[in-house]
Design a binder for this molecule. Structure first.
Ligand SMILES: [Zn+2]
Length: 265
C-alpha cells in the first residue's frame, strides 16, 4: 500500500493557498492599522470610542489569523510527514495480504484518517510549544502600528475576548465548554458530540429532530449532517490553556508577594 502522492500534493497546495490567504489578510489588517493609529487624523474625525472599536476588531482578526496560521502549519507538517513516512515503506499491518502490491494506493478516506491523527499530533506539539497569542509577532506588530504598548489595555482586551469566546464555545445542549465538538453542515451550529447524539436519539423516537440552537430553523437534524469541528476544538483547547495560564500567572503573582513578605521578616 503506497501513499497517494498526487492527493497529498493537492492537499498541500490547498494549505499553502490558505496560508497565503491568511498572510494577505494580515497585510490588510496592518494597512488599516496604520490609519487607525493613536494620534492619527482619523482619530480626530471618528472620535476615540469608534477608534477603540475598530482597533479591537483588528486585534480580533489578528488573533484569529494566528490561530488559523497554527492550524495550517499543523496540517502542512502532518502532510509532509505522511508523504515522507510512506516513501517506499511497506504498510504497517492492516492490509498485509500483499505487501508487494505497489499499485495498491490508499484511497481518500484512508489518507484522511491518517492525516487526522497526524494533524492532532502536530497541533499538540504546536500548542505545547506556543507562546500566548498576544505575544506572537503579528499581534505585537499590530499593537505597535496602532501606537499602543503592551500593557494594561491588552489585559482588558484579553478578558473581553475570553468572555466572547466562552459564550461561543459552549455547547447549546450542555451549556458547558464543548467536548469533541461537531458542526452541523446544514445550519452551521456546533455541539458536543455526545450531547447532540443523545438529543437525536431521544428526540421523541423520531429519526430527525430540531436543532437545539434558539431560533434555528433546521428541523431535520440527523447524524449525516454532522462533521468534525476542528476549529471549535482548537478554540476550546486554546481557551482552556489561556484560562490555565492566566490562573497560573495570578498564582505566581501571589507567590511573589508572599516571598517578599518572607524577606521582610
Ligand atoms: Zn442549527
Amino acid at each position: 500500500m503506497s501513499i497517494n502522492t498526487p492527493l497529498l500534493n493537492g492537499m498541500l497546495r490547498k494549505e499553502k493557498a490558505f496560508r497565503d490567504e491568511i498572510e494577505w489578510n494580515q497585510v490588510n489588517v496592518m494597512s488599516f492599522a496604520s490609519r487607525l493609529a493613536r494620534g492619527g487624523t482619523l482619530e480626530q474625525l471618528l472620535g476615540d470610542e469608534h477608534m477603540q472599536k475598530y482597533r479591537q476588531s483588528l486585534k480580533e482578526i489578528t488573533h484569529e489569523n494566528v490561530v488559523n496560521g497554527r492550524q495550517v502549519t499543523a496540517y502542512m507538517r502532518a502532510l509532509q510527514h505522511l508523504a515522507h513516512d510512506h516513501d517506499g515503506r511497506p504498510n504497517d499491518g492492516h492490509h498485509n495480504n500483499n505487501n508487494n502490491n505497489n499499485n495498491n494506493v490508499m484511497d481518500e478516506d484512508e489518507v484522511q484518517a491518517k492525516l487526522e491523527t497526524a494533524v492532532k499530533n502536530e497541533r499538540q506539539k504546536i500548542d505545547t510549544n506556543s507562546i500566548e497569542i498576544t505575544q506572537e509577532t503579528p499581534y505585537l506588530e499590530l499593537c505597535k502600528e496602532l501606537g499602543e504598548r503592551q500593557g494594561n489595555e491588552d489585559d482588558e482586551i484579553a478578558v473581553v475576548n475570553n468572555n466572547m469566546d466562552e459564550v461561543a464555545l459552549k455547547c447549546p445542549l450542555t451549556a458547558v465548554l464543548m467536548e469533541d465538538p461537531v458542526k452541523n453542515k446544514f445550519c452551521g451550529h456546533s455541539y458536543s458530540r455526545e450531547a447532540i447524539m443523545n438529543h437525536i436519539r431521544f428526540s421523541g423516537g423520531r429519526k430527525k429532530c430540531v436543532c437545539p440552537v434558539a431560533g434555528c430553523t433546521n428541523r431535520t437534524v440527523d447524524e449525516s449532517q454532522l462533521e468534525e469541528d476542528k476549529l471549535t476544538e482548537t478554540l476550546v483547547r486554546r481557551y482552556k490553556k489561556r484560562q490555565q495560564l492566566s490562573q497560573k500567572s495570578q498564582h505566581s503573582a501571589l507567590d511573589l508577594d508572599e516571598e517578599e513578605d518572607d524577606d521582610d521578616e
